[in-house]
Design a protein around this ligand. Structure first.
Ligand code: GLN
Length: 192
């Protein structure tokens, strides 16, 4: 299976390595033609404002948005979640605007802006998963179509709306591959 990683800025290589560890052909997506022949795409962490600007400059924004609206599997981690959101609490811009979520950027303030915890997420794995947060957003509101995957301290930090998966944290920064496996199963189902 071929899975793309949006490769404009941010934590690209870690996702590519995880996909390769799972026997997947990881494709760097930098231009429109890279969107052909992939079965899903990961939007990495980084700076949402920078990645959003580059999405527009490379003309990737509209074709990617159309694909997602037609059911193409996508997973946004951290900044990637912000790119997917239809509303951003503390930013006037929106980017792909495909997921019915409102997100708060840098939601954890300066004191605990980066932290790590562990949690069992039953949809993904029976074992506790390491969750690494780096200047992370969380989901402050959402429509009924959006299903919770994980909450921490009452805040939604992972969610799914059909073909769209979003996590505030960074599974690619731990050795654990379970979240990538979960996304690959979404890609497999949509391929069939
Ligand atoms: N704080 C970043 C933003 O708002 C996201 C951080 C990350 O992706 N690790 O875009």
């Amino acid at each position: 299976m071929n899975v793309g990683v949006l490769s404009l800025q941010g934590g690209v290589i870690e996702h590519i390595n995880h996909l390769k560890s799972l026997g997947c052909n990881a494709v760097e997506v930098k231009k429109i033609s890279d969107l052909e022949n992939i079965h899903g795409i990961i939007l990495p962490g980084g700076e949402s404002t920078v990645i959003g600007k580059l999405l527009k400059e490379t003309n990737l924004l509209d074709p990617l948005k159309e694909k997602i609206l037609r059911g193409f599997p996508v997973w946004g981690t951290c900044a990637g979640m912000i790119l997917l959101a239809k509303e951003i609490e503390n930013d006037e811009n929106t980017y792909l605007s495909v997921m019915d979520i409102k997100v708060k950027r840098n939601a954890y303030g300066s004191q605990i802006d980066s932290f790590e915890t562990e949690k069992v997420i039953e949809q993904v794995s029976p074992n506790p998963l390491p969750l690494i947060f780096i200047r992370a957003p969380y989901i402050s509101s959402h429509s009924n179509d959006v299903k919770t995957i994980c909450e921490i301290d009452g805040n939604m930090v992972a969610a799914r709306q059909n073909n769209i998966l979003a996590t505030s944290f960074h599974p690619e920064l731990s050795k654990n591959l379970e979240f990538h496996k979960y996304f690959l199963s979404m890609c497999n189902k949509s391929k069939e």
